[in-house]
Design a protein around this ligand. Structure first.
Ligand SMILES: Nc1ncnc2c1ncn2[C@@H]1O[C@H](COP(=O)(O)OP(=O)(O)OP(=O)(O)O)[C@@H](O)[C@H]1O
Length: 259
C-alpha cells in the first residue's frame, strides 16, 4: 500500500529525565514529513537535537510528545522499513565484509541465497565487490563506511537515516562519498534523512534542507533545493548553490564563507 509520506513527524517532543529528577526538553513541536524517494538534509548547531531527532525516528528512543508514522503506520509497526547509518561504521572485526552486511538479516532470520546475492550486489555497487570476503581492518575508513551503508541497505529500507555518516572522513574521501551516496540513493529509490554539520554537503545532496535550532530544538527553516540532478562538482560553484548555502547559514546563525 503506497502512502503520501515515507515518514510523518507529527508535533514531536522529547524530554530527558535524569535520575535526580531534572527535566531536559531537547525537542518541541517537531513537525515535518518526508515523501517517498525524497532526500532531506538536517542541519543545526551542535546540541540542537539532530541526533535525538534521528534516534526518535529510528525507534531507538520514544518521543515524549506527538507521534511518528511510517507510511501512515505507527512507528513500532514500521521499524523494518527504517535503517540507520552512524558516524562510526562499527563493523564486527571477526566477520568478513559480506557477513557484516548480512548481519541485520541474520537477526531477522531471513538470510538466504537471494539475500547473499543482494549483499554482493550492494558491495559491487559501492566498488567493493572484490572485498566481500575480506575483513574490516583491511579496509580504509571510507571503505568501511561503504560496508556500513550496504549493511543498512540490505534490508531494502524505505527510509535511510544517516547521522553525520562522513564526519570522520578526510575531505577528499568525503567528497567521493557524497557522489557515492547520491548514486546509491538514485539506484535504490529510498527516502533519506541526512544529518550533517556541512552546509555545502547538505545543500548539494538534498531536495530539502531542514534547519533545527533554538532551545528546545525545533524547525527554524525548511528550504527546498531546486538544483538539477544528477549533481556534479560544477553545481557547488554555481550562484544558485551559493544562494542556498547563504540562506541556510543565516537560519543557523553561522557563516561558512562560501558566498
Ligand atoms: N540520552 C540522553 N539523556 C539525556 N540528555 C541527552 C541524551 N541524549 C541527548 N541528550 C541531550 O540532548 C541535547 C541534544 O543532543 P543531540 O546529540 O541530539 O544534539 P546534536 O544536534 O545531534 O549535536 P551534535 O551536532 O553535537 O551531534 C544535548 O543537550 C544532550 O546532552
Amino acid at each position: 500500500m503506497s502512502h503520501e509520506y515515507a515518514i510523518s513527524v507529527n508535533d514531536v517532543g522529547k524530554t530527558f529525565r535524569s535520575r535526580d529528577g531534572q527535566h531536559n526538553t531537547v525537542l518541541r513541536g517537531m513537525d515535518f514529513r518526508v515523501r517517498p524517494g525524497e532526500f532531506v538534509s538536517i542541519v543545526g548547531q551542535s546540541g540542537s537535537g539532530k541526533t535525538t531527532l534521528l534516534k526518535t525516528i529510528s525507534g531507538l528512543q520514544d518521543p515524549t510528545e506527538g507521534e511518528i508514522l511510517v507510511k501512515g503506520r505507527p512507528i513500532k509497526e514500521g521499524l523494518e522499513d527504517i535503517a540507520m547509518v552512524f558516524q562510526s561504521p562499527v563493523l564486527l572485526p571477526w566477520r568478513n565484509n559480506l557477513d557484516n552486511v548480512l548481519l541485520p538479516l541474520e537477526f531477522r532470520g531471513t538470510r538466504d541465497r537471494a539475500a547473499e546475492d543482494y549483499a554482493r550486489e550492494l558491495l559491487e555497487m559501492v566498488g567493493l565487490g572484490d572485498r566481500a570476503t575480506r575483513y574490516s581492518y583491511e579496509l580504509s575508513g571510507g571503505m568501511q563506511q561503504r560496508v556500513a551503508i550496504c549493511r543498512a541497505l540490505v534490508s531494502r529500507p524505505e527510509l535511510l537515516l544517516m547521522d553525520e555518516p562522513f564526519g570522520a572522513l578526510d575531505a577528499m574521501t568525503r567528497d567521493s562519498m557524497n557522489f557515492e551516496i547520491q548514486r546509491i540513493w538514485r539506484n535504490t529509490g529510498c527516502s533519506v534523512l541526512f544529518v550533517t554539520h556541512s552546509i555545502p554537503e547538505a545543500v548539494w545532496l538534498a531536495d530539502r534542507v531542514v534547519v533545527v535550532g533554538g532551545k528546545p530544538g525545533r524547525i527554524v527553516a525548511d528550504v527546498g533545493v531546486d538544483l538539477p540532478r544528477p549533481r556534479g562538482k560544477e553545481h557547488r560553484f554555481s550562484p544558485d548553490f551559493s544562494e542556498y548555502a547563504t540562506e541556510i547559514e543565516s537560519h543557523i546563525g553561522v557563516t561558512t564563507g562560501i558566498s
